[in-house]
Each structure stands twice: as structure tokens, then as C-alpha cells.
Design a protein around this ligand. Sequence first.
Ligand code: ZN
Length: 489
Amino acid sequence: MSRVAPVRVACVLLTAVAFSACTNSAEQSTQPTPRPTQAPEPGPGASGGVGADGLGDPYYPDDGNGGYDVTAYAVTISYDPPTKRLEGDTLVTATATAALSRFNLDLTGYDVASVEVDGKPATLAREGEHELVITPAAPLAEGAKFETRVRYAGVPEVSEDTALGAGGWQYTRSGGAFAAGEPHSASSWFPVNDHPRDKATFRLSARVPDGWSVISNGREEPPVSAGGWTTYTWVEPNRIATYLTTVGIDKWIFERSRLADGTPVVNAYAPGAEDKKGVQARMPEILAFLSGKYGPYPQSAAGGIYLNENIGFSLEIQGRPIYAKWADLDVVVHELAHQWFGNTVSVKNWADICLNECFASYAQWQWAEAVQGEDLDNRYRTQVARNAQRDRFWNRKLYDMGAGNEFTAVYDKGQLALHALRRQIGDPAFDKLLKDWIAAHQDGNASWLEFEELAATVAGQDLRPFFDAWFHQAAKPADEFLYPGSLRK
Ligand SMILES: [Zn+2]
């Protein structure tokens, strides 16, 4: 995710919504957080045959659910822009990780018409903001593969907090709509185990009135028209973290091509966003550059979704980032870097968010170095000097920063921290570390502390003092960590 970026400028320039987000960030950043503790590993999340109503993330304990592992989502929706009515029919294929007499899915809003488990009617109760509590006709055995079908309809509830990235369903000036947001957004439009730890394949069939069209993740199948409506189908064969799914409904202007390796490319521009074609035309070059740094492009498809909206963030939707109207080339580099850092390798807990944002933000530096010939040591020293007396800049943690503080320091302090790490261990080890990290965890989840372990192994150094100074402490690092290697004064 990119916030209204660069945030320092955007706070002045952007909308009232965006401004309040910047203000909140600054306030949050001044609040000390407790000494780092390792986020607990997820438990199975089920006890006594009842699936837990959360997946165990300390920051968002109600997100996701326990007791099962989703393998595939097949989402079918019909959406009518004039009435804003969505009719959904979602099939969730999962494996029970414990014996289950009941379990939960996450869905916000809507009238639920029916729930079936393995073709038999199930009992539904609704709890809290988004819990569907489902009791199948017969208990599920541990290890059983089962299918849950939920039919639902209504006008999607709009997120109130788009600038902070809570996200969800949002409407556009064109009369269309899209779903996006981090740390959760999928439950605003389909029933889901809404936490990045439960990744699954994703298929969307979306029916809209003729004249409208649909963009989503992955590869497209030919649209089918009947009775004044057209159904668009998108298939993501790679497992996807749920917040990286999207649907966009608009009168899209599509561009189709292929990367050099044959990967299909679909770009979609909302009316009014056609001026972004020039920026998006750089995508193959950027992906080639990033592949050289991190390893082969890990997604099934590529592209970009360009909104004609000044929302508060751009987001690294898997294979096809969604861009706010203010997005520039730097943002495109950032969101594409996430296809490795965040998308194929996803966080275990939101405390690990530096794995996504520190690296995507540092990719912007790597790009500037390679393409613009920028001296990154100069850039680093300038930024350290600029913030030398700003306690508020340094007193933000990069690991386990606390719920609500995930999307602040990782963008700027995170860049400095990774550049310092690079100088601490040297370019050969740094380059190997990034490639080894992706190769080790591709199509999976990983934690920040696992990254620290791999870094120490690859570098052959005890990096605990370095990581403590930069990532665990809410303070400016001592000079030995602030100026390692060629940064030494
Ligand atoms: Zn990001």
C-alpha cells in the first residue's frame, strides 16, 4: 500500500479525508508502544468443536476465523450500478483443521438468504460486525474437505475510513464501484476467512448491465452476454491473501498485452484516467528490474487498475495494483515490488508489516539508484540529517508497532533501515538475502523475526544489536548502526 504519497507533501495537498489521516498518523507516532514481544504463533483456533471467531492476530483478533483452511473461493456476483444492489453467491472450499460442530465466515452487511454446507441447509446466526456463525447439518470431521455456499444480497456498506486503509466497498464518481483496503476489505463483498494467513485461490464471475465492465485479479475468461447483461470472469490460480482481492466495476478502457515471458497483461483505466497510460507503459521495464533484484515475477498475470478518484491510498492488489489518481511512477514501482514482498510472501501477523512496506518503499530507492543514477548514501545522509532532531520520526517502531500504527514508519524510516542493513552486510549478502527470502517463502506466509534469522545466516553476522536498534526500539539508532559501512563518517 502507498498512502497519499509522499505523505509529507500530501498532507498539504490532498483532501480533508487524507489530511485527517496524516494528522492521525502523526499523533499515533508520538505514542510509545510497549517493549517488543514476539507476536504469538497462530493456534489451530478451534476448541470443543467450535471454530474460533478470529485467526489469532493480536492486532485484529476478530479478523479471520479458526478451525479450517480455505483452499478456494468461487465468488459469483451480480451488480447493478444504478440501484447499487449486489446479489452474491459464493462457494468457499475448505479443509477442517479440527472437528467442527460450527464455524465462522466474515461478511459485513447484506441479507443472507441461505447457507449450505456440502449441499445441505445449515443454520446461520450473525454476531458482531461481520461474523457469520454457521452450524452445518452434521459436524465436520478433522481433515474433512467441505464446501460452504452462501447466497446474499443488498447494497454494500461503504467503509468510513478509506484514507486510513481500512477500506472496503467504495463508490466512484462515474457511478461504478470497487472494493479495496488493508488490512481487510474482502468481507465487504463476499463471505471470507478475512486474514492474510489463510491464502486461497480465487475466481470471480461478475454480471453487470451492458455498457459496464469488470476488472479483478488474475487471468480473464471470455465475457458472456445475455439479456442486456454481461458476465466477466477472472481467475487467480495463485493463492491470494484476501485483502489483495478486488472487484472494479466501471466503464473501463482496457489495454491487453503480454510480458516477455508470456504473462498476460490487462490494464484498466477508468474514464478520466487515460492520462496514466504513459506511467503504466513502464510496467514491463519495472517488473524486469525488480525480477533482477528479487527473482522471477511470481504472479499469474500483470497489469494496473487506474481509478479516477483521489482516494487515500494505492494498493498492491495481487497481479494488478489499484491506483489512486495521484499515483505516479514511484507509486507504480512500490506497488509492483509488493508482488514479491507482501503478495507471494505474505505476513503472518500485521505486526510483520515491515516485510511488505519497508521493502516496497526501499524498491523506490533501488529504482532511483538504477535508473536515475542516484547516490543512495547521499540520499540517506540527507534524510537522516533532515530528521536528526525530530524524535517523532525516530520514536516509531518498525516491528510490532501496535494496531493502528502499521502504516506510518514503514514508509520512510523503513527505507533508511533497509539501506543501513544493506551497508551493514554489504551488497552481495543483501542481494542474496532478498532473493533467498522470496525463494524460501514464495506462495506462503512469513514473519519479521524469520527475516532477521535469515539475514544473520546469509550475512554470517550477529545482527541482533542492529535489528534491535533499527526495528525493535522506538528511538534513533546509535551511530554505529546509523552509519555502517560506506555510511561511516
Ligand atoms: Zn505499500
